[in-house]
Ligand binder design. Structure first.
Ligand SMILES: [Cu+2]
Length: 126
């Protein structure tokens, strides 16, 4: 009886943290290229959990070019994004290698908890 009671008390104390941990929001766990690269034609964003394909999006924005001090954000329209077959990643592909410069990937995805999360990944080509 005492053991049962102890278990009950523990469940009451910590039970609420279990659903919270299970529904932790989706996060980016890995991205390639990581920081600096050359001849980039593909970018991969890998997430901590399965994402809903219909809600996932990602776009590549060029934020800087060598020798240009005031580069405006320039969306790389030729880069196409799709959710990976594992449904835990977003793959971006460019028909041509990205020119030398600074890039930012803006992504947005919804995990199992239904919460939409967005973030950024930056890298340099050159
Ligand atoms: Cu540019």
């Amino acid at each position: 009886m005492l053991r049962f009671l102890a278990r009950f008390v523990l469940a009451a104390m910590f039970g609420s943290t279990v659903p919270l941990a299970a529904s932790a929001q989706v996060r980016l766990v890995e991205a390639t290229p990581a920081a600096q690269a050359s001849a980039v034609t593909s970018i991969t964003l890998r997430f901590s959990e399965t994402i809903a394909p219909e809600s996932a999006s990602a776009a590549v924005v060029m934020t800087g070019m060598p020798g240009m001090s005031d580069h405006p954000d320039m969306k790389m329209a030729q880069v196409k994004a799709r959710v990976g077959d594992d449904r835990r990643s977003i793959l971006l592909t460019s028909p041509r290698p990205l020119p030398a410069g600074d890039y930012r990937v803006d992504w947005s995805a919804t995990g199992a908890d239904g919460q939409r999360v967005s973030g950024r990944h930056v890298f340099k080509v050159g």
